[in-house]
Design a protein around this ligand. Structure first.
Ligand code: NAD
Length: 384
């Protein structure tokens, strides 16, 4: 049995995503399960090196989780032939600088979305990787969430007939950070445009790959953004001006005629099944797609509502839906994508979710911002 070590530089790993999703729930979880078992003769074992700016933070993280390697000297980590993959979960505006370094060092590149805040820059980075012939990938985690996988499964089985429309509702209340017992649950840079923040750049990146993969290719967008909460409080409790959008109301036209509308907001209180729900209506059936669950109603089970606000609603609408059962144990979505990328790097297995796909997300976000600014529909140019 060969155990092949795959060295992974994890940059910006002390952040929220880097620590929780990528280090603990993905790379360390893969190590704990004994690596990626490819066959009876081969196991791929990820070996992380934690990198970042603060030696103390890195040491504390490494000690907490028993990780051997950490350094603030990213160049020395990149110079080691044992490190095969460079992963970046630092802030968006730093992505280009780190990707360029990794490409120069000839490492495979994997990074968080968005890869940039402008399409031109995102495409440039994708092309840089292509020209250098290095393997590359962008996090598109939502695709492996159980709710979305259940949707894809029943769609492939023909449950919906023709899909007509999709209504996405995403969001929750993010505390402003001024109450001592209600700290903000997102980093303050999310609300500052000058630091790469804003819900349009954050969420439209996700909606691009979700829609493209599940419902049809996005053709054009109309988007209205808003900064509903003008002042928030940062990690030190200091007030700052929110310079980025915190809500977006966006409509997408797809090439197959499906209309998708997604509301995204950090200023809504939740009265729905999950933080993200997508209602999909088709001629033969409908679904509510949540992060982990999916509920369906077939044409045959569709009730006949009659408009009469003078009486209490006699139909119990929520009772007319059936949950699609689990058919397996669903692994963490980030971990699944990590395993695919590691196999792509080590075994040359195909992998679709590269930086050019990531650039499409940035393109949709930039088009959304342009639509808002100019109050008009924006058509998307083809990227490939
Ligand atoms: N896939 C998803 O669902 C998802 C969700 C949230 C955020 N993100 C993306 O992940 C990235 C990180 O977001 P976050 O919420 O974890 O933010 P965060 O602020 O918690 O983390 C950013 C990290 O980068 C580090 N950093 C800053 N400058 C650095 C430098 N020069 N060198 C190395 N490290 C540096 C910071 O110290 C921090 O640890 C962003 O690009 C964001 O868009 C993705």
């Amino acid at each position: 049995m060969e155990i092949r070590n795959i060295g992974i530089i994890m940059n910006g790993v002390t952040g929220r995503m880097g620590t929780n999703q990528h280090l603990v729930r993905s790379i360390l979880a893969i190590r704990e399960q004994g690596g990626i078992k490819v066959s009876d003769d081969l196991i791929l074992m990820p070996v992380p090196t934690l990198t970042g700016r603060s030696e103390n933070k890195l040491r504390a993280l490494a000690e907490k989780y028993g990780v051997e390697n950490y350094t603030t000297d990213i160049d020395s980590a990149l110079a080691k032939p044992d490190n095969h993959i460079f992963f970046d979960a630092s802030s968006t505006l730093l992505r280009a600088k780190f990707v360029e370094k990794a490409v120069k060092a000839g490492k495979a590149v994997y990074c968080e979305k968005p890869t940039a805040v402008e399409t031109k820059e995102a495409v440039r980075l994708a092309q840089l990787c292509r020209d250098a012939g290095i393997k590359n990938g962008v996090v598109q985690d939502k695709l492996w969430l159980p709710g979305l996988r259940k949707f894809q499964m029943i769609k492939d089985e023909g449950f919906f007939g023709d899909i007509l429309s999709v209504r996405g509702e995403f969001g929750y209340w993010v505390f402003e950070g001024d109450k001592y017992d209600r700290p903000a649950q997102r980093p303050s840079w999310n609300y500052r445009k000058e630091d790469g923040g804003g819900i349009i750049i954050d969420m439209l990146c996700h909606w691009r790959y979700v829609i493209d993969n599940l419902f049809g290719k996005v053709k054009s967008v109309s988007c209205l953004g808003a900064t509903h909460i003008p002042t928030r409080y940062d990690e030190e409790g200091k007030s700052y001006k929110a310079t980025a959008d915190d809500s977006a109301y966006a409509t997408f036209e797809l090439d197959n005629g499906v209309v998708a509308h997604f509301n995204s907001s950090w200023n809504v209180r939740v009265r729905r099944d999950d933080l993200l729900t997508m209602q999909v209506d088709g001629t033969k059936g409908s679904a509510i797609v949540g992060l982990r669950k999916c509920w369906v109603q077939s044409a045959a089970a569709t009730p006949k509502p009659i408009w009469n606000p003078d009486i209490d609603q006699p139909i119990k609408f929520f009772e007319g839906w059936q949950e699609v059962p689990d058919t397996q144990v669903y692994e963490n979505a980030f971990k699944i994508q990590w395993e695919m990328f590691i196999r792509h790097v080590a075994l040359d297995e195909p992998y679709e979710y590269d930086l050019m796909e990531g650039a499409k997300g940035v393109q949709l976000a930039e088009a959304g911002l342009q639509s808002w600014e100019q109050r008009k529909w924006v058509e998307l140019e083809k990227l490939s």
